[in-house]
Design a protein. Structure first.
Length: 237
């Protein structure tokens, strides 16, 4: 049986990258869905899928490095392989953020958090859309689609601000469930960080196409006050 050609190996890696993206997207939505219920079985399943993401990311990285080491690639091919490694790493980070979101599922069951929970769900959908776009843009080499994905990922800032303000009001007006609001704010913050990872993916796709980093025009969102609450990673373990 003949060995796959270099082009076939590249297409296989690209297919694995898209598959990884689909898994991460499902993890992201599944993590937010878990905020509405208490399901240890679902949480364990999500944790196992997160571990699979790490394995798939490593397989993609090793495959790309093997292609680079096997024969000196052309400049354009080298950029695509490097970008693929970095995009896979960003997807792994997004999976980690989804895992942190899922960990708070048993702490936010109070019905009085329904409104801010809806805002968190909107945050997740705003991360999901550009995530799809950036992977499609990588395959299609579409700079216009990348620009749109970057714009959508940066819109998350405004939604995060809305969710944060709603949760802050809950903390002030309903001390009994303040702890739950704090944990839900961590979920919102991790979704914001996931959107920033998507923006990073946009830069790497742009690099693969143009050979230049930082060529995209960032869209400035509304400034969000950063607090100790937003940065204390120990809050959710």
């Amino acid at each position: 049986m003949s060995q796959p050609t270099r082009d076939e190996r590249y297409r296989q890696l690209q297919s694995e990258l898209l598959s990884l993206g689909s898994i991460v997207e499902e993890l992201l939505i599944g993590a937010v869905d878990l905020l509405k219920q208490t399901s240890l079985d679902s949480l364990e399943r999500l944790s196992e899928e997160t571990r699979q993401v790490h394995k798939k990311r490593l397989a993609i990285e090793m495959g790309c490095l093997s292609l680079i080491a096997g024969r000196r690639p052309r400049e354009e091919e080298l950029r695509q392989l490097v970008a693929m490694v970095e995009i896979a790493a960003e997807l792994e980070h997004i999976a980690d953020h989804a895992s942190r979101v899922a960990r708070v599922n048993y702490l936010v069951a109070d019905q009085q958090l329904r409104r801010p929970l809806a805002s968190v769900q909107r945050l997740a959908s705003k991360v999901q859309s550009p995530l799809n776009q950036v992977l499609e843009a990588f395959v299609q080499r579409d700079l216009a689609l990348i620009q749109r994905a970057l714009f959508e990922s940066q819109e998350v800032n405004a939604l995060y601000g809305q969710a944060y303000e709603e949760l802050l009001e809950v903390m002030k007006s309903k001390p009994r469930i303040a702890n739950q609001a704090i944990y839900l704010s961590r979920a919102a913050y991790n979704l914001k960080r996931a959107a920033e990872r998507v923006a990073g993916m946009c830069d790497w796709v742009s690099y693969a196409i143009t050979g230049t980093m930082g060529a995209l025009n960032p869209v400035q969102g509304r400034a969000i006050p950063e607090t100790e609450l937003a940065h204390d990673e120990s809050m959710i373990g």
